[in-house]
Design a binder for this molecule. Structure first.
Ligand SMILES: [Fe+2]
Length: 297
């Protein structure tokens, strides 16, 4: 990681439409270039009834419906990281309406780690080849005429990226709303110190940059919220507002993480998301199975 070597183009104001998945408190976004019909999806969700082993794509269908109704041209389907709390619907959406599936290049580290944990065979490629694009820190790309930058913001996971599109940044699980603080950093490959450094990088961006959250858990019973700014985070974030040192953050984060149980859907989520949202190969009877590693996570 290095200092940020570009200035976001705050004159470009994309239309950002959120879709909230209540069972996992996850936001997906459709981000539209203000000058054209080009759009991107950030962090789509495929629902699962884990007890029944049943997959459900109603949420993804709502996004597809919106894109078709608005006659948008889907160019990118972006994952901010390998999520541990919900399954990605990226391949389903791609099959229906196109778009390139992208994630951070350090997905390879995540695939190595979880390939081992799930004892995947050699047919599970650990080179990121399940994705169409592996973003590097500082990569520039476009959604129509909308200028986009990918920033490597690890800590929650090694492959986390923040995507800046005009005056909007999609921060994944680096930050929550100011009253929610920050995401956990205790998954395999996570690191609270690295997360602090990534957050500082985000907080050095322009005050008025809009920040869009991946999750909201409605602290203190308030209504769901998803959008804030760099300035609001710097002034009010309960975990990382200005003046909180790296050591103080790390101590808080590690203490808190030690109290957290694993997310309800971590086992199915990782096995599917490390494959870019594809299911594992079917067994000889044609049924797809997921593994549950005992006493491992
Ligand atoms: Fe996450």
């Amino acid at each position: 990681m290095s200092a940020i070597s570009f200035t976001p183009n705050l004159q470009q104001i994309p239309l950002v439409v959120p879709f909230f998945d209540e069972p996992t408190n996850t936001f997906s976004y459709v981000v539209q270039d203000p000058t054209s019909k080009a759009c991107a999806i950030i962090d789509s969700v495929m629902e699962i009834d884990y007890a029944a082993g049943h997959l459900d794509l109603q949420g993804a269908d709502k996004i597809i419906h919106y894109i078709r109704e608005q006659q948008l041209d889907l160019q990118w389907i972006i994952e901010t990281h390998v999520h541990a709390d919900h399954l990605s619907a990226a391949p389903y959406i791609q099959e229906k309406i196109g778009g390139k599936i992208g994630i951070g290049e350090h997905i390879i580290t995540v695939q190595e780690t979880f390939g081992k944990i799930f004892n995947e065979g050699s047919q599970f490629q650990r080179d990121g080849s399940q994705f169409d694009q592996l973003f590097k820190d500082g990569d520039q790309y476009a959604v129509g005429n909308l200028q986009c930058h990918a920033l490597h913001t690890p800590g929650h996971t090694p492959a986390c990226m923040t995507h800046i599109m005009g005056d909007a940044a999609f921060v994944g699980d680096t930050l929550f709303m100011p009253d929610g603080g920050s995401a956990r950093a205790d998954f395999p490959g996570g690191d609270a110190r690295v997360l602090y450094q990534s957050i500082q990088r985000l907080l050095s961006l322009p005050d008025e940059l809009r920040l869009f959250m991946c999750h909201d858990y409605m602290p203190n019973g308030r209504d769901v919220e998803y959008e804030t700014t760099v300035k609001q985070q710097r002034e009010h974030n309960i975990h990382v507002h200005s003046g909180i040192s790296e050591d103080a953050f790390v101590a808080m984060r590690e203490k808190r993480d030690a109290t957290l149980g694993m997310p309800r859907l971590i086992i199915p989520s990782l096995q599917i998301n490390m494959r870019a949202g594809h299911l594992p190969e079917a067994d000889s009877n044609g049924t797809v199975y997921l593994k549950v590693p005992l006493d491992t996570l």
